[in-house]
Design a protein around this ligand. Structure first.
Ligand code: URA
Length: 212
């Protein structure tokens, strides 16, 4: 698995405000969206394109356009929704599917409770968005789910990751059989005993949408 950790002052700047507990939900949502757009630039480096002949006012030339079938963006509900808009802005012709995963706060086990995805993802590049890579269990389950539907290349975009989570994902995807790439805004210090990323930003879903 390839891991890219963004090393850009603008990303660090925006992450700092995102982490700050004084940042309110509307500002948090805006910052998350801006951050995703910056991370998506790196995440889409290998997006598939095909030649596209055009004529400029001066000459004929061949550029590129996104290849068919178009990529699929999959936000992991609910917090991944906060990253969807930024991703779609960069890939407006991508399709969007949804995957609902929930974590048992006691056991930290993850299970799927909803999915709205194309019937098959055969031959599709998939971009999974989920703000927090904590234990990594959610991402691994999502990867296996998407691979079983036929996805042949998966890139996950996360705002923050814990080192333990990255290691878990790295181990788990060794046998997944398709290329997997991870793009993260920052690798934090550790997970605490409740499974929260430290220093992190708290519960991403709650901060995006208020506590429900
Ligand atoms: N999920 C969150 O929203 N925050 C964490 O720190 C870990 C998992």
């Amino acid at each position: 698995m390839q891991v890219h950790v963004a090393d850009h002052p603008l990303i660090k700047h925006k992450l700092t405000y995102l982490r700050d507990e004084r940042t309110d939900s509307p500002t948090f949502r805006r910052l998350a969206e801006e951050l995703v757009t910056l991370l998506a630039y790196e995440a889409t480096r290998e997006v598939r394109t095909e030649p596209f002949p055009i004529r400029t006012p001066v000459a004929e030339t061949t550029g590129v356009k996104l290849a068919n079938p178009k990529p699929v963006i999959v936000p992991i509900l609910r917090a991944g929704l906060g990253m969807l808009e930024g991703m779609v802005r960069l890939l407006p012709s991508a399709e969007v599917g949804f995957l609902g995963m929930v974590r048992d706060e006691e056991t930290l086990e993850v299970s799927a409770y909803a999915n709205r995805l194309p019937e098959t993802l055969r031959g599709r590049q998939v971009f999974v968005v989920d703000p927090m890579l904590a234990t990594g269990h959610t991402l691994v389950m999502a990867f296996e789910f998407l691979r079983d539907l036929g996805a042949d290349d998966i890139t996950a975009v996360c705002l923050l990751a814990a080192p333990e989570g990255i290691q878990n994902v790295q181990e788990a995807v060794k046998d997944i059989g398709i290329p997997v790439t991870l793009v993260v805004g920052s690798v934090d210090e550790r997970l605490d005993e409740r499974g929260y990323i430290v220093p992190g930003l708290g519960d991403a879903g709650d901060r995006l949408y208020g506590v429900v």
